[in-house]
Design a protein around this ligand. Structure first.
Ligand code: URA
Length: 244
C-alpha cells in the first residue's frame, strides 16, 4: 500500500488551488473519492490506489518533480538566502507547492546544468561520494595547458588541504599562452573542486559551466536562466548513467 496523504494536501499539491480553496471545493461537493463525495480535507487517501475526482476529472498524482535548470551566474544553489538570489527564484510559481531543492551546489558564478527536485533519494544517489557519479565541466583557464596537465589530472591532483583527488579526465579544446578552454570530468564533488584543481597547478578558472551529470548533458536549446521538466529519456540518462 502506498503512503496516505491528506486529501486537501494532495489536491493542492497537484495544483488544484490553495488549501483554503480546496476546503471550499470540498464543502460544495466538488471532490469524490472512489465514487463517494468527501467534504472534509482531513480525510486521508492513498493517491496510488484511490480514485480521486476533482470537479469530475480524475486527479493524476505526481509525487516527484524533476527539473533541469541552466543556472546563470549570480544565483546561489540554495532554497533561501538573505543576501543573494537563489536558483529556486528561477522556477515558476506553478511548482510552489512542491518542496523543491537543488541537487548539490554550483558556485554562485558557475553556470550550467543543475537538477531541481523534491526527490531526496535521487539526490542522495547522485551525490553520495561512494556512487562516483561523473560530472563534466567546461572551463576557461587563464593560461596554457598541455600533456603534462592531462597526466597530472589523470594521476590525481593534490588540493591545498592535502586531499588527493580521484583521477579526472582533462580534455583540452584549445590552448594558447594566455587562455585555454577545457572539458574536465570529475567523479567526486569537493567544495570548489574544479577551481581548486587548477589552482593546484598555478592556474585560475575564469569561467565555469557544468555541461553533464552522469549520462545527462545540458541541452543546447535550454537558454541560461531557464528550466524545464526532464523528459523520460533524460531521467534515465541522469539516473542510469546511459548517454542519450
Ligand atoms: N567546482 C567548482 O569549483 N565550482 C563549482 O561550482 C562546481 C565544481
Amino acid at each position: 500500500m502506498g503512503e496516505k496523504i491528506r486529501l486537501d494536501k494532495l489536491l493542492s499539491n497537484m495544483g488544484k488551488g490553495s488549501r483554503s480553496e480546496m476546503k471550499d471545493a470540498l464543502r460544495f461537493g466538488g471532490v469524490k473519492v472512489n465514487g463517494v463525495t468527501v467534504r472534509t480535507g482531513k480525510e486521508k487517501v492513498d493517491p496510488e490506489k484511490d480514485e480521486i475526482l476533482y470537479k469530475g476529472i480524475q486527479v493524476v498524482y505526481v509525487k516527484h518533480v524533476y527539473l533541469i535548470l541552466n543556472k546563470p551566474d549570480g544565483y546561489i544553489s540554495a532554497t533561501e538566502d538573505k543576501f543573494h538570489k537563489t536558483v529556486l527564484e528561477l522556477i515558476s510559481s506553478d511548482f510552489d507547492h512542491y518542496e523543491l531543492f537543488p541537487v548539490g551546489r554550483l558556485d554562485i558564478d558557475t553556470e550550467g546544468l543543475l537538477i531541481i527536485t523534491n526527490d531526496g533519494e535521487l539526490a542522495h544517489n547522485l551525490l553520495a561520494p561512494k556512487k562516483h557519479v561523473p560530472k563534466t565541466y567546461r572551463a576557461i583557464i587563464n593560461g596554457p595547458l598541455g600533456d603534462l596537465a592531462i597526466k597530472q589530472f589523470e594521476e590525481g591532483i593534490s588540493l591545498d588541504d592535502g586531499y588527493k583527488c580521484k583521477p579526472a579526465e582533462l580534455e583540452i579544446i584549445s590552448t594558447s599562452k594566455s587562455e585555454s578552454e577545457v572539458k574536465l570530468t570529475i567523479h567526486e564533488g569537493k567544495f570548489h573542486q574544479v577551481k581548486r584543481m587548477f589552482e593546484a597547478i598555478d592556474l585560475k578558472v575564469t569561467y565555469l559551466q557544468r555541461i553533464k551529470m552522469n549520462g545527462l548533458s545540458l541541452p543546447d536549446d535550454l537558454p541560461v536562466g531557464e528550466f524545464r521538466p526532464l523528459t523520460e529519456e533524460e531521467f534515465v540518462a541522469l539516473t542510469q548513467g546511459i548517454d542519450l
